[in-house]
Ligand binder design. Structure first.
Ligand code: PLP
Length: 367
């Protein structure tokens, strides 16, 4: 039995008529960049997030970059984040001339260890950038308390957390802004690159709207230089259709998680959903010391898995100049050696989950 890591074709086949019609309507009206379709998606997603504004941009990476830029964070400023994330998180910091300062993670949730944030704060610290890794939100109440006390901005990387909740609150509500990616494989994915910013701040929203479109106020008046980071209407039309299914897809993921957990709980460490949180399981990440062996056997059995992420950022060649070393963030490094992401897409059938779990047990119980 061949089991892919995600199955975007299965999802497309289930909603093909609506998607095809949405694409056709954009082709018919030929308004391809920003415009009414992007506005409609922004409004619909703002309602979903419970924030006043959503600004559609080119990608999750650009969303993060533009928010930090709009906050005026630049040369010499420090931004606190985690080393176990995708490099886009830190690219957004360094592309603005600022400096990423890493804080280790909590071993149970893989999110920033809030008890270690304050020791990383210096007079240069301007912001905290928590990442809601795998689809579970970091402790936003604690983070916003620390930020208030030290007068720091907070930007949430919610690129894996569409629909996630922390005590019924969505990303972007307890902070200055949250950024989303609509990369095709995300829980809400476009058919190309796209992303957005969700915020309750009128000032940030206005500035990001300008920045995404060359700093333009009116057609030929540029108060400042900006970026070319506009969402295109084809992506917005597709996202508008897919948004209608997002809650249902999240429930299917959660159902698959319950099934996995029931079969695997005795064999290895399954993901922890903390009290008060709604985990949306962009990734279903298990943990075992026999990870390399397990990954090898699953691959031989045609089961696709992933590691998110195998080499922490502080050990990446791109950040050699930071002079960080192995041992600096022990929980992150230990996790990187033990984690494995199993297939968890909404269309994944129970019989396939059963098959994956049987294979896992056959390695771990008899080695
Ligand atoms: C996907 C992702 C991004 C980047 O999003 P893009 O749309 O690919 O630019 C940033 N941060 C995290 C945690 C992500 O998973």
């Amino acid at each position: 039995m061949k089991i892919p890591f995600v199955d975007l074709n299965a999802q497309y086949q289930n909603i093909k008529p609506e998607i095809d019609a949405a694409i056709q309507s954009v082709l018919d009206n030929t308004s391809f960049i920003l415009g009414a379709t992007v506005n409609s998606f922004e409004q619909a997603f703002a309602k979903f997030c419970g924030t006043k504004h959503v600004i559609g941009v080119n990608s999750g990476t650009d969303a993060l970059t533009l928010v930090l830029n709009a906050m005026g964070i630049g040369a010499g400023d420090e931004v606190i984040t985690v080393p176990n994330t995708f490099i886009a998180t830190t690219e957004a910091i360094t592309r603005n001339g600022a400096i990423p300062v890493f804080v280790d993670i909590d071993s149970k949730t893989f999110n920033i260890d809030v008890t270690k944030i304050e020791t990383a704060i210096t007079p240069k610290t301007k912001a905290i950038l928590p990442v809601h890794l795998y689809g579970q939100m970091a402790d936003m109440k604690k983070i916003s308390e620390i930020a208030k006390k030290h007068n720091l901005r907070v930007l949430e990387d919610a690129c894996q957390a569409h629909g996630a909740k922390d005590n019924d609150v969505s990303p972007g509500v307890l902070s200055d802004a949250a950024c989303y990616s609509f990369y095709p494989g995300k829980n809400l994915g476009a058919y190309g690159d796209a992303g957005c910013v969700a915020t309750n701040s009128d000032e940030l929203a206005e500035e990001i709207r300008k920045l995404r479109n060359h700093g333009r106020d009116e057609k030929h008046i540029h108060a400042e230089e900006g970026f070319n980071s506009r969402m295109d209407a084809l992506q917005a039309a597709i996202l508008l259709e897919k948004l209608k299914h997002l809650n249902d897809w999240i429930e299917k993921r959660r159902e698959n998680v319950r099934f996995y957990n029931k079969l695997l709980d005795e064999t290895l460490a399954t993901p922890l959903e903390k009290d008060g949180k709604k985990h949306v399981y962009h990734l279903y990440v298990i943990r075992t010391r026999k990870r390399d062996l397990l990954q090898k056997l699953l691959k031989e059995s045609d089961i696709s898995c992933g590691i998110h992420y195998p080499l922490p950022l502080h050990l990446q060649p791109a950040y050699k100049y930071m002079n960080l070393k192995k041992g600096d963030f022990p929980e992150t490094e230990k996790a990187a050696d033990e984690i494995l992401s199993l297939p968890i897409y909404p269309e994944l059938e129970k019989e396939k989950i059963k098959y994956v779990c049987e294979k896992i047990k056959s390695v771990l119980n008899f080695e």
